[in-house]
Design a protein around this ligand. Structure first.
Ligand SMILES: [Zn+2]
Ligand SMILES: [Zn+2]
Length: 144
């Protein structure tokens, strides 16, 4: 929240989305990014990268990791199984430890190695985001 977002919120309440877009057009220091809820490119609050129209956060937190993953890793991330026989479960486990894997777009066929299992076999690659688990794990129960 900043003064700017306060002002934009007031404009939005009185005059709607287009009035905010008009008010921000040509204002220096404002980034425009496509905003899903707004369905158009919207001005971003320079302080915290929230949409000045709807307040959606657009910043990717610093501890999220962008990576590319092979089809096997995506299968396992999504379903917990389904990898081919020579897939390296150990390397995958080490690379994603403590993270949730959010699966994004299909990059198509590529020779890049997979960031999750390190395979160098060419194949389908997908954009993935590793999101750290923020909720502390419950203590494992101790045996009486
Ligand atoms: Zn928005
Ligand atoms: Zn992989």
């Amino acid at each position: 929240m900043s003064n700017l977002s306060d002002v934009c919120q007031r404009i939005y309440e009185r005059q709607g989305q287009q009035a905010v877009l008009d008010a921000c057009t040509g204002v220096g220091g404002i980034d425009w990014k496509f905003c899903d809820p707004c369905e158009v490119a919207s001005p971003m609050d320079p302080d915290d990268d929230t949409c000045l129209v709807c307040g959606t956060l657009h910043k990717i937190p610093d501890d999220w990791i962008q990576a590319s993953a092979c089809a096997d890793c995506v299968m396992v991330s999504a379903n917990g199984e389904g990898a081919s026989e020579d897939w390296d479960a150990e390397t995958y486990g080490r690379n994603v430890a403590g993270h949730m894997v959010a699966i994004g777009d299909d990059y198509g066929f590529s020779w890049w190695s997979c960031d999750l299992c390190d395979t160098r076999l060419a194949g389908e690659r997908f954009h993935v985001t590793l999101i750290p688990h923020r909720i502390p794990r419950p203590m494992s129960p101790t045996k009486a």
